[in-house]
Design a protein around this ligand. Structure first.
Ligand SMILES: Cc1cc2nc3c(=O)[nH]c(=O)nc-3n(C[C@H](O)[C@H](O)[C@H](O)COP(=O)(O)OP(=O)(O)OC[C@H]3O[C@@H](n4cnc5c(N)ncnc54)[C@H](O)[C@@H]3O)c2cc1C
Length: 497
């Protein structure tokens, strides 16, 4: 065991990688993290997140234990609960019952402990008031399973985990682009990498792949997701180009999960090609349940109120991508503008405002003006005014008689001033990846674990199909990262004994 400088080598430097590293270290393993990005861009997609985490909790007291709350916040917030059954229901429903039941069970049952473990690593949590709560009669209510997020959002989470890794004595190399796995009849023995532009073979007893999906690889996106996906913007890291998936498949790992599927959401039309860490998730525009979305033909093309946005946004990017010009406008009137939250009030966004619908129509660049006005008129006439509007529940205030109905939260677009936001498709991460066991061992095409190879995070296939319950990505990385770290360290102990 001691002939290798490291027991466990981690490929990647985001949440899943750092959780795996800390977990392996907890078991006494000598751990190294190889992060492709330079230090100032470290942390992968995890850095770009709002930090929101979906996890099971049974009482508000469980939130009080991990979140820093003022007495006023406690008094003015209904945190509700999020039971295992609800998490199972949400995950199964949004994935159309395709999620791997064994992996789903590990994710859901491990979610509560994962968040407490992160708290133990120094991560602080705060309620996601601006993103996941709605306010009625002065009281905030969380309804859809994402209640708290890491303090300091993704950047705060990642910096805290790097600090914990440094305290634990974990070596980290930046500019460390892992190219392939060292593999022979005894299993995986380390990696070949380019570190600061120089080739290096780094040996270890076990390797954990936690280096993201292929969302930042335009060629693979087009190859696997299909026509037009080269035109999507990347919401996060430019470094997740499918390397871990490729290098594992090269040694016989089994491709698994929804290879034609991805998490993709409404994203500012003029956002840069890759995420900008100074804006983070700010380009996201997910408050469409309070308005309507129209394409350049001037027509609605989806049910904006099908469910809470946290349960629909990840599949709507694909539908926006399929519209003419790969774009849409989100339209709101003054009744709901106060509900849009801080992400609709940043500097870097494509917004137009007008006092009348006619003026708004002429400001919607490229949109069929007459059709837009007709669409709004039909929509307004179809709103079920007799049902009360309530953003804290699926209020059933829908439309009636439209080709594409709106199921909840329908409000007439009638009271100026009006606002419109131009969006396109921003890809978050891809769903296809590697097959793992419940112990995070990577499985080959003969269904056998590949000796010494483990995986966690985005590159694990089989959990998400078609859609995704928001806040599950960080939870998945933490749950399976912890398991991968422990499994890899235990494997090293066996080899060493
Ligand atoms: C804008 C945005 C907002 C989001 N908001 C949320 C949220 O609030 N809650 C939530 O749960 N999820 C959110 N997500 C999804 C979430 O980011 C991911 O599910 C999660 O962070 C994935 O973690 P990971 O560690 O697997 O991947 P990443 O964090 O992307 O880490 C992958 C790492 O691998 C490195 N890497 C890639 N290739 C190589 C290589 N060849 N060699 C070495 N290293 C390599 C990368 O540099 C990176 O450090 C969001 C994503 C984005 C983009």
């Amino acid at each position: 065991m001691k002939s290798n400088p490291y027991d466990v080598l981690i490929v990647g430097g985001g949440n899943a990688a750092l959780c795996a590293a800390l977990s392996a270290r907890e078991q006494g393993a000598r751990v190294v993290v190889l992060e492709r990005a330079p230090q100032q861009e470290r942390g992968g997609n995890s850095t770009f997140t709002g930090g929101g985490m979906r996890f099971v909790y049974h009482s508000p007291e469980e939130i009080y234990k991990i979140a820093d709350l003022t007495p006023e916040e406690i008094a003015n917030t209904d945190f509700g609960t999020y039971t295992e059954n609800r998490f199972f229901d949400d995950l199964y429903r949004v994935t159309q019952y395709r999620t791997n039941p064994d992996l789903a069970e590990v994710l859901i049952k491990g979610s509560n402990a994962a968040v407490y473990w992160l708290r133990g690593q120094g991560v602080h949590f705060v309620p996601g008031y601006g993103r996941h709560a709605a306010r009625v009669n002065g009281k905030f209510k969380f309804s859809a399973g994402v209640t708290v997020g890491a303090a300091g959002e993704g950047r705060g989470l990642v910096d805290t985990l790097y600090a914990a890794a440094a305290r634990a004595g974990i070596d980290v190399y930046y500019n460390a682009n892992v190219k392939s796995l060292l593999y022979d009849d005894h299993g995986v023995q380390g990696v070949d990498a380019r570190i600061n532009g120089k080739s290096a073979a780094i040996r270890s007893i076990a390797v954990i792949l936690a280096c993201g999906g292929f969302e930042a690889n335009a060629e693979w996106r087009t190859r696997y997701l299909g026509f037009g996906w080269d035109l999507a913007k990347v919401r996060g890291s430019r470094f997740n180009t499918g390397d871990g998936i490729r290098m594992a498949i090269e040694i016989g790992a089994q491709p698994y999960g929804n290879w034609s599927g991805a998490h993709a959401a409404a994203w500012d039309l003029n956002a840069p090609a890759y995420g900008d860490i100074n804006v983070g998730d700010g380009y996201g525009k997910q408050r469409y349940p309070y308005g309507i979305m129209i394409n350049t033909d001037g027509k609605r093309f989806l049910d904006e109120g099908a469910d809470f946005n946290i349960l629909t946004y990840a599949k709507y990017g694909r539908i926006i991508l399929a519209q003419p010009g790969q774009m849409a406008w989100q339209i709101f009137d003054s009744k709901v503008i106060g509900l849009l939250g801080h992400l609709y009030n940043i500097k870097q966004m494509t917004r137009v405002r007008a006092n009348s619908l006619e003026d708004l129509a002429s400001k919607l660049e490229g949109v069929n003006k007459a059709q837009f006005l007709e669409t709004v008129a039909h929509f307004n006439g179809a709103v079920q005014q007799n049902v009360s509007f309530n953003p804290t529940i699926k209020d059933g205030r829908g439309t009636s008689g439209l080709k594409i109905e709106k199921s909840n939260w329908a409000q007439t677009i009638s009271d100026g001033p009006f606002e419109a936001y131009a969006v396109t498709c921003g890809i978050t991460f891809t769903f296809g990846g590697l097959k793992i066991t419940t112990q995070s061992e990577v499985v080959d095409t003969e269904e056998q674990p590949i000796r010494g190879l483990y995986a966690a995070g985005e590159l694990v296939g089989g959990i998400f199909y078609f859609n995704y319950p928001g806040g599950s990505g960080l939870t998945s990385g933490t749950v399976f990262g912890r398991i991968a770290g422990k499994s890899a360290a235990n494997f090293c102990k066996q080899i060493g004994s």
